[in-house]
Design a protein around this ligand. Structure first.
Ligand SMILES: CC(C)(COP(=O)(O)OP(=O)(O)OC[C@H]1O[C@@H](n2cnc3c(N)ncnc32)[C@H](O)[C@@H]1OP(=O)(O)O)[C@@H](O)C(=O)NCCC(=O)NCCS
Length: 181
């Protein structure tokens, strides 16, 4: 399973990505607007990778590693979202909504990689030959304008602010053909 874009190659995240992913998620700037805003331990990154591998096996979609010429640049997530009141690390309890997200290594910011990857993953997610999802959502920290611009650039529609996910207030976006929030 591989998606190619003009500059990027996207494939299922797996255990071979542990080193670059752990190094990226050890950066406070990368984690500032993700979850509790703290860098992620190696053990937590290992759990994320196990979750990714399980999703790909069980559902046929999951987080993608983003590479350019075999260099790891980050991750484009396509995962069940954690509703408020749910333990986000209880991956089996997540859903039913599917969210898209992206984590790019800091040295690769500002080159349009997140929108290029997310646009391709979204197209694949909604197509019959891909994951055939009817709707994909995304949430960001309300102050995370850089991420919101990525979502707008890939054609997602802003719904408004919500407390429905991750036990916090987020800005909610959805794929445009969805009705309601
Ligand atoms: C948010 C994020 C995914 C954006 O990815 P990206 O590949 O840098 O996206 P872009 O290249 O389109 O840049 C986004 C904006 O940052 C600006 N930017 C330019 N150079 C930059 C730099 N050196 N550093 C940061 N931002 C820069 C871009 O101009 C662009 O602004 P614009 O939309 O007004 O043109 C990336 O910063 C990131 O991974 N952050 C940490 C993880 C995160 O917060 N993920 C989102 C969780 S909701």
């Amino acid at each position: 399973m591989q998606i190619r874009t003009e500059r990027l190659s996207l494939r299922p995240l797996d255990a071979g990505d542990l080193e670059p992913l752990a190094s990226m998620m050890d950066d406070p700037e990368v984690c500032r607007f993700i979850g509790d805003g703290r860098p992620r331990s190696r053990e937590r990154v290992e759990r994320t990778i196990r979750f990714a591998e399980g999703l790909w096996r069980g559902r046929g979609f999951g987080p993608f590693a983003i590479e350019r010429a075999d260099r790891f640049l980050g991750v484009c997530l396509l995962v069940p979202i954690a509703c408020s009141g749910m333990d986000p690390s209880d991956f089996d309890a997540r859903g039913p909504e599917i969210e898209i997200g992206y984590w790019i290594a800091r040295e690769a910011w500002g080159q349009g990689y997140a929108p290029e990857a997310a646009r391709a993953v979204l197209r694949w997610a909604m197509s019959d030959s891909g994951a055939a999802l009817e709707r994909v959502i995304a949430v960001t920290h309300p102050a995370h304008e850089r991420s919101q611009r990525v979502l707008e650039r890939i054609g997602m529609r802003r719904v408004g602010e919500t407390d429905a996910y991750y036990d916090t207030t987020t800005s909610l976006y959805t794929t445009p053909d969805a009705r309601g929030s």
